[in-house]
Design a protein around this ligand. Structure first.
Ligand SMILES: Cc1ncc(C[n+]2csc(CCOP(=O)(O)OP(=O)(O)O)c2C)c(N)n1
Ligand SMILES: [Mg+2]
Length: 324
């Protein structure tokens, strides 16, 4: 499936939003306004945007700690997301989840998870639930090359395949697991080949090409909706920023980063395609301006929002309060 020009334009906007959101978070983190930890997806925005264009609102998304772009593309409110970053009561987790647990069940966005690889087993449950309810929805999870080495990843894919659940595994192979290059963690550089062991149809995709991502996810969605079971997509991509904020990045060369940043950037490539299809530079600039306004509005909304009441500490948790 190819993207229509309006779809490509929407995808371009999604990617700009993801990038502007993360860049704003970086700035707010450096100012001490956002606390905790921050894992940005800069350079990887096409995976989430390409997938989101192929999904419906009722399709399930399970992402990880590098999932801001995935959730924004799937439709989480930038206001609720930014308020969550600032720990405010209006946040998507009432200010109690932070960067790594964004959730919007109405948009099919299940709580994100910081446990590396946790999405692979949980997506089986989400896909199974839809199947048992007789729905034709699919459930997608994003995870990294490092996560693909977790033992549970393999148990989960095995189960997804034997139960033929509509799970879509999207592996963002960004060549590093924290500070460790893939050459030190995986003997096979094409992680998609592992899916063959579980008879899961798999493909390797240029993860920085939004059209290629959309096309591959469309195929997986069709398979899932038609009862054909799970799919595996390996998206070759790269984070052009550190693993987390404060990462000194001494484990890779500046030239490598620069090459990906200047030659393979997914937003730049989508912008060039839009120009080829007849959009003007001014039209692209107008999209950026509107994204910037969305971010400014989200930050203001977050700053104007209260912190959660201290009594909220025991709400939404499974533990019993400690008796006085
Ligand atoms: C179970 C578990 N082990 C270790 C960690 C620490 N950790 C956080 S991110 C990460 C690297 C994961 O790399 P990858 O799956 O390639 O994802 P990427 O960060 O590159 O997107 C590790 C080891 C964790 N959060 N959870
Ligand atoms: Mg990785």
């Amino acid at each position: 499936m190819t993207l229509s020009t309006p779809q490509l334009r929407d995808g371009y906007r999604m990617m700009l939003l993801a990038r502007a959101f993360d860049r704003k978070c970086e700035e707010l983190f450096q100012q001490g306004i956002i606390r905790g930890s921050l894992h940005m997806c800069i350079g990887q925005e096409a995976t989430g945007a390409g997938a989101a264009l192929a999904l419906r609102d009722d399709d399930i998304l399970i992402t990880n700690y590098r999932g801001h772009g995935h959730a924004l593309s799937k439709g989480i409110s930038p206001r609720a997301a930014m308020a969550e970053m600032l720990g405010r009561a209006t946040g998507c987790c009432k200010g109690k989840g932070g960067s790594m647990h964004w959730t919007d069940v109405k948009k099919g966005i299940m709580p994100a998870n910081a446990i590396v690889g946790a999405g692979l087993p949980t997506v089986v449950g989400c896909a199974l639930a839809g199947q048992l309810d007789g729905l034709d929805r699919v459930a997608v999870t994003f995870f990294g090359d490092g996560a693909s080495n977790q033992g549970t990843a393999h148990e989960a894919m095995n189960l997804a395949s034997i139960w033929k659940v509509p799970a879509i595994y999207i592996c963002e192979n960004n060549l590093y697991s924290e500070m460790t290059p893939i050459s030190k963690t995986a003997p096979n550089k094409d992680l998609a080949e592992r899916a063959a062991a579980y008879h899961i149809p798999a493909e390797v995709v240029d993860g920085n090409d939004i059209e290629a991502m959309f096309d591959a996810v469309c195929r997986a969605v069709t398979r899932g909706r038609q009862g054909g079971g799970p799919s595996f997509i390996e998206a070759k991509t790269y984070r052009v920023v550190g693993h987390m904020i404060g990462d000194s990045q001494i484990y890779r060369s500046k030239d490598e980063v620069e090459e990906w940043r200047t030659q393979r950037d997914p937003i730049m490539r989508a912008g060039a395609k839009l120009i080829e299809r007849g959009l003007t530079a001014a039209e692209l600039e107008a999209i950026q301006t509107s994204v910037d306004a969305t971010i400014t509005d989200a930050v203001q909304f977050a700053k104007d929002s209260p912190y959660p009441d201290v009594r909220e500490v025991y709400v939404d948790v499974f533990a019993e309060p400690i008796p006085a």
